[in-house]
Design a protein around this ligand. Sequence first.
Ligand SMILES: [Zn+2]
Length: 132
Amino acid sequence: MHEVDMTKCLLISLNEWRQRRDDASAMVETVHLEVGRFTCVEPDQLVTTYNAAVQGTWLDGSRLTITDIPFVGRCLVCNSTYDPVPESAYRSPCCDHPLEEIVSGRELRIRSIDYRSAAGAALESSSIQRMR
Ligand SMILES: [Zn+2]
């Protein structure tokens, strides 16, 4: 997954968010993003890409923060959850069963947006669709 594509997707979501609010005075201060470890997104690289992409736009000066969501699989044999690792081909350590169910780790969403508008500071949550 590629930080540039993801940033484009994020900017589209933020533009839609502003249109939905119908509030041209809304100034985004911080975008809180949740990114699962199984998305192959490099958080630092995403922040760098975002900062470059917003220059000169209405989002110039806004900040992106990223919360890591751990990668967790569930073993369908014994129903336990585990941390899948590539070294063991993501198989469960308990039963050596192939990874079939991902509990978390594929998240790619906006958790909340901190913004200021003519009406005062506020907090809003919205989500973007998964990209994989
Ligand atoms: Zn098991």
